[in-house]
Write a protein that binds this ligand. Structure first.
Ligand SMILES: *Cc1c(COP(=O)(O)O)cnc(C)c1O
Length: 376
């Protein structure tokens, strides 16, 4: 049994995939080939957003967004400590200060009340952590749609308006999700997604994309993506990065996009079967009625995690822990001066959470075996 089975999907798209790849080999435009633009148009349409800019990874999508907003030293960006390192890494990389805000204990996404308090604190000149300076400028919020579940955007967007902050949706796990009839990647002012192979929509390497409606910012992001390019390749108008997606990955994604809606339906069915088999006896991530999750991961909480994981291992069932250590306790963020106890909800969830195999092609029988092993 596999944690995420990519081979089952590959078998379904074998023919069109080969054709798409052969087309790229034939035209030879490996960088910024026609598939990139075809994919950008399709993805923008899919998410109901004016611009899609494909790029080299989800991390670079987040980085490009913050660069487009001119984020740098002295700026504060608000996000949660219960996420993958990349969300906060890009903030520090630009010399800005990540300000962590704890999560809601049911949805595992950023808590709007605590967000409001954190922004108000920074606005009044307080240092957000012992190692951070005072007098930071609050600039924006990065809510994380963790495990495929959109954060509480109504609450977040209202706070953003009040405090004049941008909202950058970290949709790296949530492509395909829905929040109150709005698609993920169309939430907030800008959204970053990832096409890392294990994400709901994955390519066969690294890849990512940014989504936004603002024309001027989109043009700026397209420039930063290619070394700050101006009117032509050797006209450089700003400092940028090499942040392009390669054409082969776009070809793969165009192929996989055809399957995607069907896979989303299957993901929902697989999640429902886990819910039915485990709910009541285990704490699970709460999916509010107005949300459809993209189900990037299926997470379970238990005080007996170590025993359950050992049992699953004996039964030959692969598992993972997302995430064992919240970001405020990572050495990489030691300069912020945080300590255990600073974000209690994140810490408590990190201590109890684990994930079981999850993908659209998971067989009912395998799932019953997993449920049985988890229940013990
Ligand atoms: C995967 C992920 C990223 C980074 O995406 P890459 O494509 O691996 O760079 C960022 N944020 C979150 C929440 C992720 O899960």
């Amino acid at each position: 049994m596999q944690f995420i089975d990519l081979k089952a999907q590959q078998a379904l798209i074998e023919k069109p995939l080969k054709k798409r790849i052969e087309t790229v080999l034939a035209h030879g435009k490996y960088i910024m080939g026609p598939e990139i633009f075809e994919l950008e148009e399709k993805l923008a349409g899919y998410c109901g957003v004016k611009h899609c800019v494909c790029c080299s990874s989800g991390t670079d999508a987040l980085l490009l967004a913050l660069m487009a907003y001119n984020i740098g030293p002295g700026d504060a960006i608000f996000t949660t400590p219960f996420t993958f390192i990349a969300t906060a890494e890009v903030i520090s990389l630009l010399g800005a200060t990540p300000v962590f805000v704890d999560i809601d204990k049911e949805t595992f996404t950023i808590d709007p009340h605590k967000l409001n308090e954190a922004i108000a604190g920074v606005k009044s000149g307080q240092a957000p952590s012992p190692g951070a300076s005072g007098n930071l400028k609050p600039k924006g919020i990065i809510p994380v749609d963790i495990f495929g579940l959109p954060a509480d955007y109504d609450g977040i967007e209202e706070i953003a308006r009040q405090h004049d902050q941008f909202v950058l949706e970290d949709a790296c796990q949530s492509f395909g999700a829905v929040y109150k009839s709005r698609k993920s990647c169309g939430l907030g002012d800008m959204a970053a997604t990832s096409f890392f192979p294990a994400k709901p929509l994955g390519c066969y390497g690294d890849g990512g994309a940014l989504f936004l409606n603002d024309d001027a910012l989109a043009e700026k992001i397209r420039s930063i993506r290619i070394h700050g390019q101006g009117s032509d390749k050797y006209d450089n108008v700003r400092i940028g990065i090499n942040g392009r997606m390669d054409t082969m990955q776009a070809a793969v994604l165009l192929c996989k996009l055809e399957l995607f809606d069907k896979e989303l339906m299957s993901r929902r069915e697989v999640a429902k079967r886990y819910d039915d088999g485990l709910g009541g006896d285990f704490t699970l991530q709460t999916v509010p009625d107005h949300c459809v999750s993209a189900w990037a991961q299926y997470a379970i909480l238990s005080d007996r995690r170590d025993q359950i994981l050992a049992k699953l291992q004996d039964a030959g069932i692969p598992t993972a822990i997302y995430y064992p250590k919240p970001l405020h306790l990572q050495d990489a963020f030691a300069p912020l001066g945080h300590a255990k106890g600073d974000f209690k909800v994140s810490e408590s969830i990190a201590d109890r959470i684990f994930s079981v195999p999850f993908h659209p092609y998971l067989e009912k029988e395998d799932q019953q075996r997993i449920i049985k092993a988890v229940r013990g």
